[in-house]
Ligand binder design. Structure first.
Ligand code: MG
Length: 454
């Protein structure tokens, strides 16, 4: 397997992602970092402890002392890394199913490593030129219990506690048996909310639902909102860096609508926001209304994080960024996705309006998605040629950093090959189903004709 994909290293634990593999990643990272101390943390997965041990032993073998944080959300591990100025190895597969695990690497500034740093570590991994320590210089390890408390305290200091407490909210929370089970209930309670939970015990078997916070996994949360008359529902993924919402009627809120609502509250003239090339028209419209610029990256949170840092280095103001999957970044707070923080920022919007009204302006969009399969490289090539020809012939703004995206002002279409399956995906979004269908169909027709003509 490739060491670092678009969002870190993931695989089925003990098959693709073995302790040996994780140990080697840790040795490579430790050799590149040359840090005296490194923190190691994990989410709730059954294989987390085993892989945390592998990561710790790899780091110790190259001379690093290890702070073992135990089970904490990824943003909590990042906060610890930043406060202590130590890099972090986070053992998590984020939203993937229970059998998966993975590794995220975080620098001593608390920020996920950028693409260039990952490539340096990947080279070290491949060449196995590790800085193995002699017997009397291997690292030790200590258990650190304070990371969760420090994380919650930092969150409490960063949000508008008075506004949220005054709103007297009931929050229905679904941490999905993940690491957020250990921090989010306490955080929202300390904000003055009444908290009710479902899937609230940490459990690496994920008995209540899969870790991915998507509509089909979250029906229990909708029911909990209705049964308890809650003001809002909040769901996290396995490592709690994402937040997805339900409104006070128990209706699922599209992640793109939440991103647009939070962005509109944050963006002004001259600001820039960063999202991936599959960004929703909702955020495009927000940028038009607020006078902010929209900067698009290839798909993947690492790409977005790297681009934010580039823009900040150029002096741009980037107050909010992220994707419609609930992974939102508020760079003026911290350069990380944080599900608990994102949830609290949404609570701030509920001070004078119910959740359904907050997201209503971002409700009316239709999405169409068509997959065109290919059998071999020749077919793939033909499909991508047809996509290019169709894109070049269109009267629209073109973005070609990851497939072909055409923006028509009030609608868009994106054509790109899947990274994991033999299909070319066509996505379209518009104010009406008919228009979205028309945009997607034009490409689908051209691609199918090219395949048939081979
Ligand atoms: Mg995650």
């Amino acid at each position: 397997m490739k060491v670092f994909g678009s969002s870190g290293t993931r695989g089925v634990a003990n098959e693709e992602l073995t302790p040996g593999f994780v140990q080697r990643v840790a040795k490579a990272a430790g050799s590149v970092w040359r840090a005296d101390r490194v923190a190691v943390a994990r989410d709730t997965r059954t294989t987390g402890r085993m892989l945390e041990n592998a990561a710790a032993s790899g780091l110790q073998s190259v001379g690093a002392n290890v702070d073992r944080l135990g089970v904490v959300p990824t943003p909590a591990a990042q906060a610890y890394g930043e406060a202590e100025a130590v890099p972090v190895v986070m053992v998590t597969a984020s939203h993937n199913p229970a059998e998966y695990n993975g590794v995220k690497l975080v620098g001593s500034d608390g920020v996920e490593l950028a693409v260039a740093d990952l490539e340096r570590i990947e080279r070290k991994f491949t060449t196995e030129q590790f800085d193995d320590a002699s017997w009397d210089e291997v690292g030790g390890d200590v258990r650190v219990e304070s990371a969760k408390r420090r994380y919650v305290d930092q969150l409490l200091d960063a949000v508008d506690r008075e506004t949220i407490a005054a709103a007297d909210l009931t929050v229905a929370l679904d941490p999905g048996h993940g690491a957020g089970s250990l921090t989010s209930p306490e955080f929202y309670r300390k904000l003055g909310c009444s908290v009710v939970t479902v899937n609230g015990q940490p459990d690496g078997h994920f008995p209540g639902r899969d870790p991915e916070p998507v509509r089909e996994n979250l029906s229990d949360l909708g029911r909990l909102v209705r049964a308890t008359d809650a003001d809002v529902g909040i769901a996290h993924d396995g490592d709690a860096d994402r937040a997805i919402f339900y409104d006070e009627r128990g209706e699922y809120v599209e992640g793109d609508a939440t991103l647009a609502a939070l962005a509109e509250a944050e963006l002004g003239e001259g600001d820039t926001t960063v999202s991936a090339v599959n960004v929703s028209q909702r955020l495009v419209d927000v940028c038009d209304r607020t006078g902010a610029d929209l900067d698009l990256t290839p798909i993947g949170s690492t790409q977005i994080m790297t681009r934010i840092q580039e823009l900040q280095a150029e002096g741009e103001s980037v107050p909010v960024a992220g994707e419609g999957n609930g992974g939102i970044i508020f760079p003026n707070y911290r350069l990380t996705r944080d599900g608990a923080y994102t949830g609290a920022r949404f609570l701030e919007l509920l001070a004078d309006r119910p959740a359904s009204e907050v997201v209503a302006p971002y409700d009316d969009y239709a999405n169409v998605r068509i997959n065109v399969h290919y059998e071999d490289d020749a077919q793939r090539e033909a499909l991508l040629d047809a996509a290019e020809q169709t894109a070049l012939g269109a009267d629209a703004d073109r973005t070609t950093i990851d497939g072909y995206r055409l923006d028509y002002g009030d609608s868009w279409v994106l054509v790109r090959p899947s990274g994991t399956e033999p299909v070319v995906r066509i996505y379209a979004e518009a104010g009406s189903e008919e228009r979205a269908d028309e945009l997607a169909s034009e490409f689908a027709t051209a691609l199918r004709a090219a395949k048939a003509g081979l």
